[in-house]
Design a binder for this molecule. Structure first.
Ligand code: SF4
Ligand code: SF4
Length: 349
């Protein structure tokens, strides 16, 4: 073979490898997931240092509070949402909690439950756990259908509980008072202490969830997470849907086997399911390109890169809008934390 032909062959192989790499949606998704996870971990460490400055009475160096930790206060965010909708008032102590909640709700409304499979750090750990379990034990457990359905109801019950106490039972005036109270001011510190100073009960519950997550795919997300339940219900109206081309499909069921949400993709022409997270694993697994993420109103399926670009743009737009509109940083100042943090154990409500 002459050098020109060799060059053409290696250029062709390179082009093919790049094409395969580009089509490896799971690789890109995992990259986005773990980058976001590292970012959240970094925010958590910075927040820990921020709190340590006050608990050490100024001995530990001061670190600015990262507002993104408010993302761990979704119930407070829900209360803030009710206050905003009923009175027009914006919570000033943890405004990022509301901004992030609304951003994730809008993401689900527009781009399915993509927060769960592309961004959520708990979802990332959950996925990492079952993948590790499959590697260690060779397989993951599939619960009987009746038990699976029964357990899936748990997250909706938890969601109904929070919706009832926050959106139905609590009057706006009570929410307004709660969102001004010292308990809410330090709810982020309380959340940090929940993980760093775990009670025995928390430790046992967490261990059980971790062990079950090794054996059962997405145990936490599938059965227990009320946040995911809410986003899943909202995602049903999303214009994005996985669609199957029945003319090219050979019914090989590779899509159904790979779906982490146990959706029977091979039997649908359109996946309309609150459990679908838009992970695109089925699209990647299909050997005949019979599956694609499509958008209502458009005749042609979307290219694979379009869906992640849409969801990441929505996330960036939501957070960016919160920042530029002045609804991101807490109104609490240094002296407030100096006064409140030493009192934290006295705050019960
Ligand atoms: S149907 Fe496809 S996109 Fe939806 S969860 Fe299953 S594998 Fe992911
Ligand atoms: S993987 Fe593709 S060809 Fe196989 S059943 Fe699913 S849609 Fe049809």
């Amino acid at each position: 073979m002459n050098s020109g032909a060799k060059y053409n062959e290696s250029a062709g192989m390179m082009k093919m490898s790049l094409k395969l790499l580009w089509k490896n949606t799971t690789l890109w998704r995992n990259l986005v997931q773990w980058s976001f996870f590292c970012w959240v971990l970094y925010l958590g460490i910075r927040f820990g240092q921020f709190v340590q400055h006050f608990t050490s009475q100024g001995v530990a160096p001061f670190v600015a509070r990262p507002s993104g930790v408010d993302g761990f206060l979704p119930i407070g965010g829900l209360a803030s949402l009710k206050l905003l909708l009923t009175t027009g008032q914006f919570d000033t102590l943890h405004p990022a909690a509301l901004v992030l909640l609304v951003t994730f709700l809008l993401m689900s409304l527009a781009a399915k439950k993509s927060f769960c499979s592309w961004l959520c750090p708990v979802g990332t750990l959950s996925e990492g756990a079952w993948k590790l379990g499959t590697r260690l034990f060779g397989r993951s457990l599939t619960l009987w259908r009746w038990l699976d359905v029964l357990l899936r109801g748990t997250k909706y019950l938890l969601l109904a509980f929070f919706v009832k106490i926050v959106l139905i039972d609590m009057p706006s005036a009570a929410i307004a008072a709660f969102l001004k109270a010292p308990y809410w001011a330090l709810s982020d510190v309380k959340m940090l202490n929940f993980f760093t100073q775990m009670s025995l009960t928390t430790l046992i519950v967490l261990t059980v969830v971790i062990v079950l997550s090794l054996f059962i795919k997405n145990f936490w997300c599938r059965y227990l997470c009320p946040y995911g339940a809410l986003l899943g219900l909202v995602s049903l109206v999303s214009p994005f849907k996985i669609r199957r081309d029945t003319t090219t499909c050979t019914n090989c069921r590779a899509c159904t086997r790979t779906c982490p949400s146990r959706i029977s993709v091979h039997s649908r022409t359109r996946v309309m399911n609150a459990e679908c997270t838009g992970c695109l694993s089925c699209v990647e697994a299909c050997p005949h390109n019979s599956l694609a993420m499509s958008m209502r109103g458009l005749r042609n399926p979307l290219p694979r890169w379009m869906f992640p670009v849409v969801l990441l743009t929505l996330y960036a737009a939501g957070v960016g809008l919160g920042m530029v509109s002045g609804h991101w940083e807490s109104a609490l100042v240094y002296q407030d934390y100096q006064r409140l943090i030493p009192m934290i154990d006295l705050l019960s409500h």
